[in-house]
Write a protein of this length. Structure first.
Ligand SMILES: Nc1ncnc2c1ncn2[C@@H]1O[C@H](COP(=O)(O)OP(=O)(O)O)[C@@H](O)[C@H]1O
Ligand SMILES: [Mg+2]
Ligand SMILES: [Zn+2]
Lengths: 361, 200
């Protein structure tokens, strides 16, 4: 899969812009604040219908405009694809493939896939479990769009269940118990399905992660990734029964896939708290590389790599190691400084004040 | 805080309270109503008043009705032993269009959704239970929307009704997941009715 051309209308700071990408490495250069990340974010939007910075959709629409349009032309399995997404905060987002409107914008998922590396990736290792769950779920959706429905279902059921627990205010009437039983059943079905999917994914990721870590850190150490929900042995249904009093008292869902952890260890030590920042950085890169390889493997085509300003945060050794092990395929790389020595882009784009200009050449 | 003179802002506020009407649409509709011929605008207000005066809820099934009982409840060719439970009157209309169903209905007037503050008490659930004995109901078909709230509502009612010895079925999916019953085409909905199943 690759994206050859991108058109933006009222996306972030871009009023109207167009950019062409090479089939291999394209470098996007420009001073800070000129719109490099915005450009990559637009490509990411076509893949996930969301912002890889976690920004709300309103933030993606140029201040003063009421909708944004991202259009991309690319090639997949030898066929030309024209993708279009319209972002309308508060309204209904719409999408088209080859000028055919999709029934739901979500049906665009799977048309393009991306792997994003960003300076914030360190949070994958250092921040709370939520970051790692999001990482797993994003990879699940990239592997199969159907997982997006599963994730959305779990979130919706949890919202309903939390609202009910809160309204109950600690009271336990027969009606509340019966209604809660229904939401428990829904959470059990959807939650166990999501946890099963995560577990199967982690089993697939783990060997790839160990390899990638060895490449990036240039050293073979034991790296482990495990996903073992604490409720797994008894099953979610039983765990919810056991937690009910507590949940009613606290007014919030305490057990389920929204509380689970992807446990990461280096040489047996918890990566979040016990290893050096350098090792954490290597692990974060390795997580992205491993995900990229698994998605490429399962779907049969490598996602487009988006490297957002990552070299500014890496020491020369890790930069070189990353460049040396970058998977082949299309790569879009942004930088505010000079390009790392090992990077040989076939296309350079200069971004300035909402315009994108290609270097002649 | 409104920016227009009193009556104009009142109209915009009222329109904005309607389902699916945002502030921008409310403004557009309000100015449209001020621009068109006066009798055209008043016809709308008259229709609203008429509908509110003449139409009420059927006292048996909670469908819209001009009398105490709706047209379906007073039609003695309909099979009283089978009751199809829907969320809204518009869903009843959708099921009627399939011409697959000859029983009676029960309109819940919503679905369980704690986020919106709707629990079983806010719905016509007790009224449904009250009908089962008196009308000799032998089967309840749960025809709520195939989304999370509709499924939860179906499960809740199923768990109440089944122990009473009444057969409980749920329309088969095949309906678009996450969709609304009222938008389903007749063929899809008809098939879904044929393929209804027992609730576990
Ligand atoms: N919704 C928006 N409307 C208008 N301008 C925006 C919007 N969102 C971001 N911007 C502009 O984009 C700039 C940041 O662009 P970005 O791509 O993050 O820069 P960089 O080149 O450093 O990666 C901000 O300075 C801001 O001016
Ligand atoms: Mg940036
Ligand atoms: Zn009636």
């Amino acid at each position: 899969m690759r994206i050859d051309r991108l058109w933006l209308t009222d996306f972030r700071g871009y009023r109207s812009a167009e950019a062409g990408f090479g089939p291999g490495l394209t470098a996007i250069v420009g001073a800070n604040g000129e719109g490099k990340t915005n450009l990559l974010e637009a490509v990411g939007y076509l893949a996930t219908l969301g912002s890889f910075r976690g920004a709300p959709t309103e933030a993606l629409v140029r201040a003063g405009a009421d909708r944004a349009v991202v259009r991309g032309e690319g090639v997949r399995d030898g066929r030309t694809l024209l993708l279009e997404a319209e972002i309308a905060p508060g309204g209904r987002s719409r999408a088209q493939v080859n000028r055919q409107p999709l029934r739901r914008a979500r049906d665009l998922l799977g048309a393009v896939r991306v792997t994003v590396f960003s300076p914030d990736d360190l949070a994958l290792v250092k921040a709370g479990p939520g970051e790692r769950r999001r990482y797993l779920d994003d990879v699940l959706v990239a592997v199969h769009p159907r997982n997006d429905e599963l994730r959305a279902e779990v979130e919706r059921v949890l919202r309903q269940r939390n609202a009910l627990l809160k309204q109950a205010g600690g009271r336990v009437t027969a009606e509340i118990e019966m209604t809660l039983d229904v939401w428990d059943a829904k959470l059990t079905t959807a939650g166990e399905a999501l946890a099963d999917a995560r577990r199967a994914l982690v089993e697939r990721l783990a060997p790839s992660l160990a390899n990638a870590y060895a490449e990036v850190a240039r050293r073979g150490v034991a790296v482990e990734a495990t996903y073992a929900p604490p409720w797994r042995a008894e099953g979610l249904a039983a765990a919810l029964v056991a937690a009910r009093r507590d949940e009613l008292r606290r007014g919030v869902s305490l057990v389920g896939p929204h509380r689970d952890e992807l446990d990461l260890r280096v040489e047996g030590l918890p990566a979040r708290t016990h290893v050096s920042q350098g090792e954490q950085r290597s692990l974060a890169l390795a997580l992205r590389l491993a995900a990229h390889r698994v998605v490429a493997d399962v779907t049969g085509s490598p996602p487009v790599l988006l490297l957002d300003d990552v070299f500014s945060e890496l020491d020369p050794d890790r930069s070189d190691a990353l460049l040396a092990h970058l998977p082949s395929g299309q790569t879009l790389l942004s930088t505010a400084g000079s390009l790392p020595a090992g990077a040989h882009p076939e296309q350079v784009l200069r971004v300035k004040a909402g315009t994108v200009i290609a270097d002649a050449g | 805080m409104g920016v227009y003179a009193g009556p104009v802002q009142d109209l915009i506020d009222e329109l904005g309270r309607l389902p699916g009407v945002g502030p921008k649409s409310a403004q557009r509709i309000a100015f449209h109503l001020l621009k068109v011929a006066k009798e055209d605008a008043l016809r709308l207000s008259h229709s609203i008043a008429e509908a509110r005066d003449r139409v009420a809820w059927c006292q048996r099934c909670f469908n819209v009705s001009e009398g105490d009982l709706c047209g379906i409840c007073t039609d003695d060719r309909r099979d009283a032993t089978v009751v199809c439970v829907v969320e809204e009157p518009r869903d009843l209309v959708a099921v009627e269009k399939t011409q697959e169903f000859r029983g009676r209905y029960h309109v819940l007037q919503g679905a369980i959704s704690p986020i919106e503050g709707i629990g079983p008490d806010q719905l016509r659930v007790k009224e449904l239970l009250g009908r089962l004995d008196g009308e000799g109901v032998t089967e309840v078909i749960l025809c709520t929307n195939p989304n999370i709230e509709g499924e939860a509502t179906a499960m809740y009612i199923g768990r109440l009704v089944k122990p009473l010895g009444v057969r409980v079925t749920r329309i088969a999916s095949g309906l678009p997941v996450g969709g609304d019953l009222e938008y389903a085409d007749e063929l899809t909905l008809g098939r879904a009715l044929e393929g209804r199943r027992d609730v576990d």
